[in-house]
Write a protein that binds this ligand. Structure first.
Ligand code: DPP
Ligand code: ZN
Length: 865
């Protein structure tokens, strides 16, 4: 396969103004008749080249005459015509049941549904399947009425009828121009939850949520979340919904989280269904966030879309930023910020360090599905956030307003977005644009000097970005770097004559900056990168006293948490490198700091819970140049054990203090449950005398999934027998609920135990496991590969081999999911030589497969280079 390059963009040779589609649904022989109004774009005599894959061409007419002058291959249909404006009618046949890739039209647990982003529409019909071809769609669906009473597509329903043979039909019309990737069709027998929302201008919008039969009670949180999102977008961005109906359908088989098809979102049921018994607080949170995300796409993505797929971050970075702001407003801002940053530090930094490194606007793509990445999404959101910081909330809003004024109804580029931001505010963003083309994790190094005699303190800040696999040369970026200086009492040092101190921010634009302040009586402590103001790594030689000082005194809650994480990291790395001579003084000062954090539990429980948690293995891995698996893993364990045993009374008191009534999803109770389950896990880790009793008691009395799962997660640190016993009980209770069973699969797959490789095959042969279902695959194979550190990285290579075996199986079933869970194997670069060799050996084994999908070829070949 050949890579497409961003620089090769050409405007389309033809445009399509209107599409009429008729679907005759049948599980194995669905007929699709697509009639398009097509116009030549500019003066040329090139043929009309349509995309099409895995579909059977039945007939082809141009202005109602049969076409003879065409060629067709596995990917394209090419029609030679001299007409400039014409009607093209294409009839195709597809097999939804056979379609396990879950792209195009497929059959999922008794219902038909579609997934067209990025390039799935071409599996339905031959078409100009690119986002800069915008058309209006009329869609008529015919299907058996008894089995498929609900026939849905984008826009408004404009007709329906009944046939004598038991079939019925419904016709939909979408008044908005849209690219083919936003097309959707759903047909099935669902339960329907209806509601409505009155927009700011007084229009009534019907809200419809379609779920599996019997699951109606689990839809209320999703509907409530949707209404919150609609109100929030009006309030914060002045953006109102534009159709009279908004539909959400939950399906069990889905490659992604959800999809923002115009007026007809299709969701992975995991991000819709929730009730207290079966869903955790995190599930409730994620549902609100994903419902928000897809809703916000209606403007950032659908009304203004991407010119080409290299611009994906135009809609995804911006929409992730919007959903993050929404979630922060709905719950705890600091807790949300910490979550965002953890994703960057655990996964995005890892991507930068791997062979898959790419800028938020990639330059080269073989399979677009491989670029729905943490870089495009989450680093993309950080880039938008930096603009928000540089322009201020009002400036940002002006920029957004201008963006919609200029580009509503169009397919545009990331440059167009930045230009609108710049033109609306007159802030020069020309240098800032480098964030779109430069990949990698910038490193900001800070040093300081203090001259006792003059009281002059100088901060020297340098930036550099190490080379990445895709790009050797790096330039200095425009970085909004927020910071403050704390005196020894913990007060912030202000000096109006130093503009950076006044603004609490320096805009780094060059390799090196210096900031000086005079007249200080003692050396201050700098608190750096407040609120993670840029997606960079910061280096400053903090003493542990300084870290403790920041934990107590920074004005920025995020930075207080961040300092706690630096303190833990320092302890862990110190123990990992010199396990035989532990730095007792460092550990003592860490324990003193931790002791103090307990005092926060009443006043700021969200922050306390975050501060009392140590960095993940994945985060720690990104802080070192070479990962020594066992040493780092055991050091992290030991530090947690030290915290657990040294402070066992505090953990017990904290556990007992969290009095919570019957389950409600609200911020106060969520915080309490989080603190309680965190305490429980430390009590188990520290082998506290009460631990085992607490586990059983909480398991027996829990009226909600958060507390049940809290027990199981904590039990992972205790004796295997007790864990296994609880897991058996859990399975008995939940074996008929696939979404809950996924949690059970994941707990088994990421459990640290010596017989893990022997247990995995048992999970995969479980009657509820199926390679066809992405949620099951992610919960077993994904959890194992991403989070079972000792199992996956077993030094005999058995973990790598196990994953590779299943990637080869998945390759022919669902290449998109296969290419996602191969990620840990492609990130071999920082491991020891033995592991590198073992990982590369498995990659080479996969590369040898003769029928390897484009998705895997791209990732495997890059990581073997
Ligand atoms: N459905 C995916 C998302 O919303 C892709 N657009 O991010
Ligand atoms: Zn999105």
């Amino acid at each position: 396969p050949v890579a497409k390059k961003r620089s090769d963009y050409q405007t389309p040779d033809f445009l399509i103004s209107h599409v009429d589609m008729v679907f005759h649904l049948d599980v194995e022989n669905t007929r699709v008749i697509t009639t398009s109004q097509i116009t030549r774009n500019g003066q040329h005599d090139r043929p009309l080249v349509l995309d099409g894959e895995s579909i059977k061409l039945i007939s082809l007419t141009l202005n109602e005459d049969p076409i003879h002058d065409y060629t067709v291959n596995d990917e394209q249909l090419s029609i030679q015509t001299s007409a400039n404006t014409f009607t093209l009618c294409v009839e195709t046949e597809i097999n939804p049941r056979e379609n396990k890739t879950l792209e195009g039209l497929y059959f999922s647990a008794g219902a038909y549904c579609t997934q067209c982003e990025a390039e799935g529409f071409r599996k339905i019909t031959y078409f100009l399947d690119r986002p800069d071809v915008l058309a209006k769609y009329d869609v008529t669906i015919f299907a058996d009425k008894a089995r498929y009473p609900h026939l849905l597509s984008n826009g408004n329903q404009i007709g329906k009828g009944q046939l004598d043979d038991g079939r019925h039909w419904v016709k939909w019309q979408d008044p908005f121009n849209k690219p083919s990737y936003l097309f959707a069709l759903v047909a099935g027998d669902f339960d329907l939850l209806s509601d409505h929302f009155i927009t700011q201008s007084g229009r009534n919008v019907v809200l419809e949520l379609y779920v599996d039969k019997g699951a109606l009670d689990k839809g209320h949180h999703a509907i409530a979340s949707l209404k919150k999102a609609m109100a929030w977008d009006e309030k914060v961005f002045g953006l109102e919904y534009d159709l009279d109906i908004y539909m959400v359908v939950a399906v069990d088989f889905f490659n992604m989280g959800a999809m923002e098809n115009k007026g007809l979102n299709v969701f992975n049921s995991k991000f819709v269904l929730a009730d207290a018994q079966s869903a955790t607080d995190d599930d409730f949170f994620n549902i609100e966030a994903v419902i928000g995300h897809e809703y916000f796409h209606n403007w950032t993505g659908n009304r203004v879309t991407c010119r080409d797929w290299f611009q994906l971050s135009l809609k995804e970075g911006l929409t992730v930023f919007r959903d993050q702001q929404f979630s922060a407003d709905m719950s705890s801002p600091v807790f949300n910020r910490i979550k965002n940053v953890q994703i960057i530090r655990e996964h995005q930094f890892a991507e930068d360090a791997s062979a898959m490194a790419h800028p938020i606007r990639p330059e080269e793509v073989i399979e677009m599905n491989n670029f729905y990445t943490v870089t495009v999404y989450d680093k993309g959101a950080e880039v938008i956030r930096m603009m928000h910081t540089l322009l201020g909330a009002d400036g940002f809003r002006k920029g957004i307003d201008l963006y919609f004024e200029r580009f509503d109804g169009q397919a545009v580029t990331c440059d167009d977005f930045v230009q609108a931001m710049q033109d609306a505010t007159h802030v020069d963003l020309s240098h800032f644009r480098l964030w779109y083309s430069q990949s990698g994790t910038p490193k900001v190094t800070v040093t300081d000097t203090f001259e006792q005699s003059s009281g002059r303190y100088t901060l020297t800040i340098t930036q550099s970005t190490p080379p990445t696999a895709d790009q050797a040369q790096k330039g200095a970026l425009h970085i909004p770097f927020k910071f403050e200086l704390l005196d020894q009492q913990g007060a912030i040092i202000y000096d109006d004559s130093v503009p950076e101190l006044k603004a609490k921010m320096v805009e780094l634009t060059q390799a090196k900056h210096e900031i000086s302040v005079s007249g200080l009586s003692e050396k201050p402590t700098p608190s750096l990168l407040l609120n993670f103001s840029a997606p960079v790594k910061v280096e400053y030689p903090y003493s542990h006293q300084q870290l403790s000082h920041i934990i107590l005194h920074s004005s920025d809650e995020f930075s207080r948490w961040d300092a706690s994480q630096s303190l833990y990291s320092r302890c862990i790395h110190s123990l990992a490198t010199t396990p035989d001579s532990p730095d007792e003084e460092l550990f003592d000062s860490m324990l003193v700091a931790v002791s103090g954090m307990f005092d926060l539990a009443d006043s700021n429980p969200a922050l306390a819970a975050a501060m009392l948690s140590v960095p993940s293995f994945e985060t720690l891995s990104q802080q070192v140049d070479e990962i020594h698996v066992e040493a780092l893993y055991h050091a992290q364990r030991s530090i947690r054990n030290l915290m657990a045993t040294s402070l066992s009374e505090k953990w017990l008191a904290l556990y007992n203090k969290q009095i919570i009534g019957s389950y409600q999803y609200n911020a106060d109770d969520v915080d309490k449950r989080r603190l309680r389950n965190l305490s429980l896990s430390y009590l188990v880790q520290g082998d506290a005398p009460q631990a085992s009793k607490l586990l059983s008691a909480q398991f027996a009395s829990a009226d909600n999934m958060t507390d049940s799962l809290g027990v199981l997660k904590a039990a992972q640190y205790g004796p295997v027998a007790q864990f296994d016993n609880l897991m058996v009980q859990f399975e008995e209770r939940w074996r008929r609920d696939p979404l809950v069973l996924d949690k059970w699969f994941a707990l088994h797959a990421n459990m640290e135990r010596s017989d893990i490789l022997a247990r995995l095959p048992l999970l995969l042969s479980h009657e509820k496991f199926s390679l066809d279902n992405p949620n099951r695959v992610r919960s077993v194979l994904g959890s194992f590969a991403f989070y079972n550190v000792l199992g996956f990285h077993a030094i005999d290579g058995s973990g790598y081999r196990f994953l590779a075996d299943y990637i080869l199986k998945l390759n022919s079933v669902n290449p998109q999911v296969a290419a996602r869970i191969i990620t840990p194997l492609t990130q071999w670069q920082k491991f020891d030589d033995t592991r590198q060799e073992l990982m590369r050996y498995q990659l080479a084994r996969i590369a040898d497969c003769k029928t390897l999908s484009k998705d895997l070829i791209e990732k495997v070949s890059k990581s073997l280079n």
